[in-house]
Design a protein around this ligand. Sequence first.
Ligand code: PRP
Ligand code: ZN
Length: 287
Amino acid sequence: METTLRIAIQKKGRLYEKSVALLRDCGIPIISSGSGKLLAKARNFPLEVLFLRDDDIPKYVEENVAVIGIAGENVGLEIVNPDLILEKLGFSRCRLSLAVRREAEYPGPEFFEGKKIATSYPRILRDFLQEKGIAADIEEISGSVEIAPAIGLAEGVCDIVSTGSTLLSNGLREVETVLTSEAVLIAAPNLDPEKQALLEQLLFRIDAARKARNNKYILLNIPNDKIQAVADILPGMKSPTVLPLAREGWSSLHSVVPDNDFWLKIADLKDIGAEGILVIPIEKMVQ
Ligand code: PRP
Ligand code: ZN
């Protein structure tokens, strides 16, 4: 039987779309299996996609039910075993925050003294409160935490905030950040050699897709005596290609530069006389 890898991604929520997009950028689209299906196949790679609640993903990977997963860095299972983390993915950033009713007066963390806080992350919250010297009652619930204040279950909540729209639509206000998190790629330990080899192929593709996303191909026209100045402005621009232009004393410069670099430096480039600047997305980048 052909070896197949199983990847666990979020069923719906903060991580879902970017996880699917990352696979698509790797040339591995998921074959849609209709809503509600928890297992799907993918095209172009022996991959099966398991859709789970984000908080459950680390456990499935740790127990080898999925060999790889995209999970929240430090909220799923409360703290993801660092040995499982291969790399941070830089998307789906979020915070684990304390929130209170919008109209509540909030003097500071002492607000929570003697009060009840609903959360799915009791251990992280307990440590946070302990550090602040606050004695509060932690009510552990596994979902729909944001509804707790409205139904009188708790005075505050400790939950994940991404865009803030869940808090807003439930009449809540964020008052303390407990921790910040982002998506991470996790992998099961001790894979058999065949799976390990496939995993490496997949990681290679993920790496190429991510590098491509974080870099741009840039072309610009510049007087010959300013070529070095461009390189000084964009240190990420390693050995650019320089082509002579028909226009006397000018060259066309081509290179790959990190996205951020470029946007911060565009005014400086124009100041030294760069013209005809083109910034082009890169499809894949293999080094
Ligand atoms: C978290 C959290 C909120 C939502 C907040 O859910 O429980 O429901 O994200 O995001 P927002 O600030 O953009 O509204 P998650 O994506 O972890 O899904 P889950 O509730 O199924 O665990
Ligand atoms: Zn979640």
